[in-house]
Design a protein around this ligand. Structure first.
Ligand code: GTR
Length: 354
């Protein structure tokens, strides 16, 4: 099959070649951001100032749990659960939103029940192996994603009227969580990793691309609108995703269905906006809807930007057997990746992409 004509990341829209890091940051990055904001994800929502209201801190069998209520003055109020390992710290930290509420991530009866239509307590434990994460020396921060923006197509009008999208809201949630925890002495803030599955993998990728203070990113099975190409005949397409989830993207993105070749961007650009920071794309063999091979191609096409910025080979793609879900073995891989890739990395990149 012929390769689609993906935009060249190292050529500006007016044809100027990008031969050095300076041109990348000054010219190409704002240009690519402009396209993602105008066509696909919209602007960052303004949640406003944040008040942190402590809910409680208590021991769990592997370390301790801290729950705070984050009250954004012009945004949502949500519970943030942080699981800290035993020891003095500071600890590297995974930040990821969850699908069914903090109380579903663990069976700890102290964690407040989250959604109005709650999943059973502990029902997502397999996807959030807290013992493994904490015993590996990592902390984990998580919050219920719909607390930041309901995952409801009926929200499309409201979001679009303010130039934003549900994915932009979830990405903003990750950034605000990262930001508030960076003030906590237990957190090794320069080793904060954005992680997420599926639609929340898309959000993790967007957050990392937009927020240079994330040290690395692990999108799991993020698919269309995440690490998989929009120019594709495999798996989910722009037409599929914008029909079912109009609130995830701007209306402009839907107009590219069937004419993806005219997009001035593709998802290799979103990965490249994370450069020079490490990236691990996790996939599952049976999850062809998320187009694992296409994701691999996007990663390959982002590599010249990583080379330009002098970061070497810090991007990885992995496929395991199985289906669309998060398993403890995915976390094992994410932890091994973070340990290896962040070893030498004690400071965020000097230049902020936005
Ligand atoms: C699917 C959607 C995918 C992916 C997935 C999920 O229905 O088509 O893009 O995001 O949901 O989030 O589980």
């Amino acid at each position: 099959m012929e390769e689609p004509n993906y935009p060249d990341l190292l050529v500006c829209d007016d044809g100027t070649p990008v031969r050095d890091a300076e041109t990348w940051w000054r010219r190409r990055v704002p240009e690519l951001w402009g396209h993602f904001e105008a066509i696909q994800y919209g602007r960052r929502p303004d949640f406003g100032c944040l008040d942190v209201v402590p809910v409680g801190v208590w021991e769990n069998p592997f370390g301790f749990t801290q729950v705070d209520r984050l009250e954004f003055r012009s945004g949502p109020a949500v519970h943030l659960a942080v699981f800290w390992p035993d020891g003095e710290g500071p600890f590297p930290l995974f930040v990821g939103l969850n699908f069914r509420g903090n109380h579903a991530v663990c069976s700890d009866p102290n964690v407040p029940i989250d959604p109005s239509n709650p999943a059973p307590r502990g029902s997502q434990e397999n996807a959030w192996p807290i013992e493994l994460i904490l015993e590996s020396g990592f902390a984990l921060a998580t919050a219920w994603y719909e607390g930041f923006c309901p995952d409801d197509p009926g929200q499309a009008g409201r979001l679009h009227a303010s130039g934003t999208t549900a994915l932009a809201c979830w990405a903003e949630a990750l950034t605000r969580i990262r930001s508030v925890l960076s003030l906590n002495p237990l957190c090794r803030s320069e080793q904060t990793i954005a992680i997420g599955h599926s639609r929340l993998g898309k959000a993790a990728l967007l957050a990392c691309a937009r927020d240079a203070k994330f040290a690395a990113c692990v999108p799991l099975q993020s698919g269309c609108g995440g690490a998989a190409p929009s120019r594709t005949s495999v798996g989910e397409t722009v037409a599929d995703i914008t029909r079912v989830f109009p609130h995830w993207f701007l209306p402009a993105f839907a107009t590219y269905a069937g004419r993806e070749a005219e997009l001035p961007i593709d998802q290799h650009a979103l990965i490249a906006l994370c450069a020079p920071r490490p990236m691990l794309l996790l996939n599952a063999e049976e999850d062809t809807w998320a187009n694992p091979a296409g994701q691999r191609r996007m990663l390959e096409l982002a590599k010249p930007v990583y080379s330009l910025l002098g970061s070497g080979d810090v991007v990885e793609w992995h496929m395991r057997p199985g289906k669309h879900e998060v398993l403890p073995c995915d976390w094992e891989r994410a932890i091994a990746f973070a340990r290896f890739r962040l070893k030498e990395r004690t400071a965020p990149p000097r230049r902020l992409p936005c």
